[in-house]
Design a protein around this ligand. Structure first.
Ligand code: PLP
Length: 425
């Protein structure tokens, strides 16, 4: 075939991307890359009780022939009405949010939710004026990077790195540097934040909500790891409802990443708009995941699973990973972001003589997958120097794999500081 003549959207996707790199690495492991210690992509752990619950429920639904309609019919484009009702009631009961089925849309995963949201909000309007999504904190989720079809549609404010204790720090939103002018279409934060594992404080969320209200723009909150489910947070956090909120949930980190279920909660006009876009792209979404999970939300079994299984499971994994870093990194100049939630450690090797991209390559050659820090800069013209000294390490894998990986990371970082070749420390 002759060379394709691409549209500007074709050009937008015709390049390497961090998200693709991450997903390719996951694919490589999936294809049988047993030799890899996978501390890279965002696959959740198999939490046994959760896995067990979904397997049992699938068998029950299948035995009762309840899945026939799932396989054999197009469901309604906003998502199954009975699931949306159950989900809205769950949010009313757990969070006190005044929402109904009309405030809810099921999508094919949060990634799809963000694709739709960013593109209906950012870009040129009828007058030709450009508007952008502002990430008030940075580093931010790698997956936002390529979502906006308008090239200058994303912008970000670098967070302040605050030392908190020996070998510990945390990011805070730099409200003084936050510039919300008429070009800003919406604010967007992940909470807990991927990659740092930080959780924006309630005070920061109050301030962001107030700013969004004052500027009459939405505040998009990405709850992929957050409350009330999957509940991978290690301290209390709240999110009171406000008219400007658009909250994106996902069933992925609950244990169903393969079923691709995202849930957007927002005002009905926003939901209507997104439903139109979803219908244009997909006609409707796959309802297997929502049907499978419905009983969890209805029976409040979910709260039980979160409190007794999911949160303690990841808290243990986080504590274990922190202890391993403190053991293997002795003598190195490192700082860990205080782990507040999600499934990652964000590790800062101060004055690292090589960039995180090079460290990623060296580690991959040694069979360890991580994500280099510079990729978590959606909206910044370039990553900060500090981000290029950071890596993201997932602790979703079994502790023995995490330990082997962290030991090799320590060796490679030491070799870099001692200017020795990779693998020689
Ligand atoms: N948001 C964050 C912060 C994530 O980490 C991820 C996936 O890793 C997503 C959104 C996308 O989730 P989903 O699997 O629902 O598309």
């Amino acid at each position: 075939m002759n060379r394709l003549h691409l549209s500007s959207i074709g050009d937008h996707f015709n390049k390497e991307s961090g998200t693709r790199l991450l997903m390719d690495d996951l694919g490589e492991v999936q294809r049988g890359g047993q030799h890899f210690l996978n501390l890279g992509g965002g696959n959740p752990s198999h939490v046994p009780a959760v896995h067990e619950w979904f397997s049992r429920r699938l068998a029950e639904l299948s035995a009762a022939r309840s899945l026939d309609t799932v396989f054999a019919t197009y469901d309604e484009p906003q998502g199954p009405a009975d699931f949306r009702e159950v989900f809205a009631k769950f949010l009313c009961a757990r969070l006190g949010w005044p929402v109904s089925a009309e405030n809810i849309l099921c999508t094919s995963g949060s990634q799809a939710s963000f694709f739709m949201l960013f593109n209906v909000l950012a870009g040129r309007d009828k007058q030709g004026d450009a508007r952008r999504i502002l990430f008030p904190q940075s580093p931010e989720y790698i997956g936002y990077s390529d979502l906006c079809l308008f090239e200058e549609g994303l912008t970000a404010t670098a967070s302040k790195a605050i030392p908190t204790a020996t070998n510990r720090f945390r990011y805070e939103i730099d409200f003084d540097a936050l510039n919300i002018d008429e070009t800003i279409a919406a604010l967007c934060v992940s909470r807990p934040t991927n990659p740092s594992g930080g959780v924006c404080s309630d005070e920061e969320m109050r301030e962001l909500t107030a700013l969004a209200m004052r500027h009459e723009i939405p505040l998009i909150v990405d709850c992929a790891y957050g409350e009330p489910f999957p509940g991978i947070t290690f301290g209390p956090s709240q999110l009171p409802w406000s008219e400007n909120l658009i909250v994106c949930f996902s069933l992925s980190k609950l244990g169903l990443p393969g079923l691709r279920v995202g849930i957007v909660v927002a005002q009905p006009d926003v939901i209507g708009l997104l439903t139109n876009m979803n219908t244009a792209m997909m006609l409707t979404t796959n309802s297997l995941g929502s049907r499978l999970a419905s009983e969890l939300f209805e029976s409040h079994k979910l709260v039980d699973l979160v409190d007794t299984e999911i949160r303690p499971f990841y808290r243990d994994r986080a504590n274990n990973a922190v202890a391993l870093c403190d053991r293997y990194f002795v003598g190195l100049d490192y700082l860990l972001h205080e782990p507040g939630g999600a499934i990652f450690l964000w590790i800062w090797f101060r004055n690292l003589p090589i960039r995180s991209a090079e460290l990623y390559k060296r580690l991959k050659q040694r069979g360890v997958l991580i994500i280099p820090g510079h990729l978590f800069a959606p909206g910044l013209s370039e990553p900060t120097h500090q981000m290029s000294e950071c890596i993201r390490v997932s602790y979703a894998q079994p502790p023995e794999i995490v330990e082997k990986g962290i030991a090799i990371i320590a060796e490679e970082v030491r070799a870099a500081f001692e200017c020795k070749p990779s693998g020689s420390s």
